[in-house]
Design a protein around this ligand. Structure first.
Ligand SMILES: [Mn+2]
Length: 318
């Protein structure tokens, strides 16, 4: 079923000489990796086509791959758009996507199938990353993954899965990883810069590991702006450290609350098994079954999120 969508997408791509690939705001490793991995594949396969990837990219990887383009409005108006790792129009970083001639979407977020754009919407929440989907797309169309495509896709494969720890149910992730490794892609160089640890961040993680609190089945950390200032860590970066509390015994879910200078609080929720997406949605957020997020106007409301999580955990265990 999904393979036939991959083939349809490839047929549509063949019809355009100009293609622009778009990602989401605050691009992560999966967004950037799938944008530039798809770009590299299309450039290799169709050397005469103009293929562009737009957006601000994933900071850690920007200088290594250096693969983004600035594209004029005129080019976009005459191009096929491909959006990756995003389903909400307002979350697409370059809003000029609306002027593309047609759009193909590759996404793995929950409820993605309810949000359609152009003629081909490929939603697969069984995929752990969109890089995995792009790899499956390449294989489904009978191509091999080259080393340079593989290195780009590997970025999202490892970041969205937490180095193959958080896997969705019917993951093709190992099939794609196998094809990438067999291509001879240089994985070691990627690991060297991707997992280099920063001293300030390591200390901030130490703070979270030492100071988290527990209520029933939920572990949580409340990072007020004054604390983040002392730790010298931005609230968005602090949010990425939620997994310092991962896999604690007798704990089903863990959550971090990080307050921005403006007072808005970013909430990141993770779980072993329980579906925490419904809790994120309850607080006007969203995400995946075991990894979701939302935001609060007042950090002192953190206990409402903790209580709601315990309520869901209790309901499931009944
Ligand atoms: Mn993703």
């Amino acid at each position: 079923m999904i393979d036939s969508l991959y083939r349809q997408a490839f047929e549509l791509i063949k019809q355009y000489d100009s293609i622009v690939i778009f990602g989401h705001i605050n691009p992560d490793g999966d967004c950037y990796g799938s944008e530039i991995g798809l770009k590299a594949f299309l450039k290799e396969t169709f050397p005469y086509k103009n293929i562009y990837a737009v957006g601000s990219g994933f900071k850690k990887a920007l200088s290594y791959f250096n693969d983004l383009d600035s594209v004029s409005d005129d080019v976009i108006k005459n191009s096929l758009g491909i959006i990756v790792d995003v389903s909400d129009l307002e979350r697409i970083e370059d809003q000029r996507v609306v002027s593309c001639l047609d759009v193909i979407k590759f996404d793995h977020h929950l409820l993605s199938e309810t949000k359609t754009f152009g003629s081909i919407n490929i939603s697969n929440n069984n995929a752990t990353s969109v890089c995995e989907m792009i790899g499956s797309f390449i294989l489904a169309n009978g191509y091999n993954i080259s080393p340079s495509v593989g290195e780009r896709l590997y970025l999202g494969l490892v970041t969205d899965s937490g180095r193959f720890l958080y896997l969705n149910d019917k993951a093709d992730i190992f099939k794609v990883a196998d094809a990438i490794l067999k291509s001879g892609a240089d994985i070691k160089s990627i690991y060297n810069w991707l997992y280099e640890s920063d001293i300030i961040q390591t200390k901030a993680k130490g703070y979270i590991s030492y100071n988290f609190e527990i209520k029933d089945k939920v572990a949580y950390i409340v990072l007020r702006k004054e604390t983040l200032k002392l730790l010298n860590v931005d609230y968005n970066l602090a949010s990425t450290m939620v997994n310092c509390m991962a896999n604690l015994e007798n704990i089903e879910a863990w959550v971090s609350f990080s307050e921005s200078d403006e007072g808005r609080t970013r909430v990141e929720i993770r779980s072993k098994n329980v579906d925490v997406q419904q809790v994120a949605v309850f607080f006007n957020g969203g995400g995946h079954k075991n990894a979701s997020g939302c935001s609060l106007n007042d950090i002192n409301d953190y206990i409402k999120v903790v209580d709601k999580l315990n309520e869901v955990i209790f309901d499931v265990s009944k």
